[in-house]
Design a protein around this ligand. Structure first.
Ligand SMILES: Cc1ncc(COP(=O)(O)O)c(C=O)c1O
Length: 432
């Protein structure tokens, strides 16, 4: 970063401050992680200079011989990791990957059945403030009030009633695994496409710690920067033989096309321009890392830490939606603790414990206030923390939330947080 320091000290110093913030604080936002040095180097490389509209071997620009190989590497690694037949690594983000799914499978006004945002779903799964809810007829399923879990019988009844053209699975705040086979049976029963957005769980799915949706979903989308621990970005996948069950289509031109071709076109030129080749290189690096044995060890640790932390929260009298977690996140319902999600997020933030406020199912607070917080273990597990530390983090969070108006308590916790973070350093190299 020496050149940046001399060239633009203003930007340099802001990056320094952000790095310091990340280094000193406890990052507990479930959708965040810390990439490796190698991933960062690929992102900061000369590939950012290259225009490469199209796909490897079929570009609209010259000079693509090296970026073609890079993109093929990323696609091939993703295929191995998820047992996929087809992959597109170009989506700039999870949201644009999802936009390509809609463009491929739905016409404006057609019906999607997705998980309600306030029950853990994502904005791009039909929220009225997002293109998905504005352009398509979005209907929702939710979790059961008694169990906090999805009830496949209720989802089947709803699907039969509204006959969606597409059913989406996947969530931003659902702490349990999904029964993909049951979803597929429902989709087949009502003649719907089945789409899984595995943005949050791409890491544990890659390492077989959670069910793989690819054998069941017609299409799978993901981000690459959450549990998968890659650069910010998105990806689309189709499982082995999934296309055969979909059949070939010729919806626009006279030529018979595969769904994968339609998805490729929906990414470019449908929703994007030139791919970010430096990010695709970083995706290739991250996917290569994910194929290594120690990535499985890391994912095992993420889930172990999550379960340990969940157990400690429950011992401390916290209600967890669904009574625990199967994955990397937990949703803490604070209604029995007399503190809102917003108050908790603010107080915890002052102690450098970073979480996000989150709606809980059947929440009566607005999305700006909420009754809950979402807590995740991927980032601090990357820094090397284990069950002992996560037990203590739950205790520190409890101290803050039960005394959220006490600056004394917050400062005491903050200094313990800094001490713990010092023992698990992050990016000493960024400023080097
Ligand atoms: C399930 C799910 N899908 C899609 C996205 C959107 O990803 P991005 O922020 O990269 O657009 C997110 C992000 O939080 C998500 O949780």
């Amino acid at each position: 970063m020496k050149r940046l320091k001399d060239h633009d000290p203003e930007v340099y110093s802001l990056i320094e401050k952000e790095t310091e913030r990340q280094n000193n604080g406890m990052e507990l936002i479930a959708s965040e992680n810390f990439v490796s040095k190698a991933v960062m180097e690929a992102m900061g490389s000369s590939l950012t200079n290259k225009y490469a509209e199209g796909l490897p071997g079929k570009r609209y620009y010259g000079g693509c011989k090296y970026v073609d190989i890079v993109e093929d590497l990323a696609r091939d690694r993703a295929k191995i990791l998820y047992n996929a037949d087809w992959v597109n690594v170009q989506p700039h983000s999870g949201a644009t990957a999802n936009a390509a799914v809609y463009l491929t499978f739905l016409k404006p006004g057609e019906t999607l059945l997705g998980l309600d945002l306030s029950h853990g779903g994502h904005l791009t799964h039909g929220s009225p403030v997002n293109f998905s809810g504005i352009t398509y007829n979005a209907q929702f399923y939710g979790v059961s009030k008694e169990t906090g879990r999805l009830d496949m019988n209720i989802i089947r009844d709803k699907a039969k009633k509204i006959k969606p053209k597409m059913i989406s699975i996947g969530a931003s705040a659902y702490p349990r695994d999904f029964d993909y086979e049951a979803f597929r049976n429902i989709a087949d029963e009502v003649g719907a496409f089945l789409w899984m957005d595995m943005a949050h769980t791409a890491g544990p799915i890659a390492t077989k710690l959670l069910n793989n949706p690819l054998p069941y979903a017609h299409v799978v989308s993901t981000t690459t920067h959450k549990t998968l621990r890659g650069p910010r970005g998105g990806m689309l996948l189709i499982g082995r033989d999934a296309e055969n069950t979909l059949g070939k289509v010729a919806p626009k031109s006279g030529r018979v096309k595969m769904w994968s071709e339609l998805l490729d076109s929906a990414v470019f030129p449908g929703t994007q321009g030139g791919p970010l080749m430096h990010v695709i290189a970083a995706k290739a690096v991250a996917l290569g890392e994910a194929l290594q044995k120690d990535f499985t060890t890391y994912q095992e640790q993420v889930l172990k830490n999550s379960k340990t932390m969940a157990a400690r929260f429950m011992e401390l009298g916290y209600d967890l939606v669904s009574g625990g977690t199967d994955n990397h996140l937990m949703l803490v319902d604070l209604r029995n603790k007399g503190i809102t999600g917003k108050e908790a997020e603010d107080a915890l933030g002052r102690a450098d414990l970073t979480v996000n406020k989150n709606m809980v199912p059947f929440d009566t607070q607005s999305p700006f206030v909420t009754s809950g917080i979402r807590v995740g273990t991927p980032a601090m597990t990357t820094r090397g923390m284990g069950p002992e530390e996560f037990t203590r983090i739950a205790e520190l969070m409890d101290m803050v939330m039960t005394s959220h108006t006490s600056e004394d308590v917050i400062q005491k916790v903050r200094s313990e947080v800094h001490g713990m973070c010092e023992r698990f350093p992050l990016y000493d190299f960024v400023t080097a």
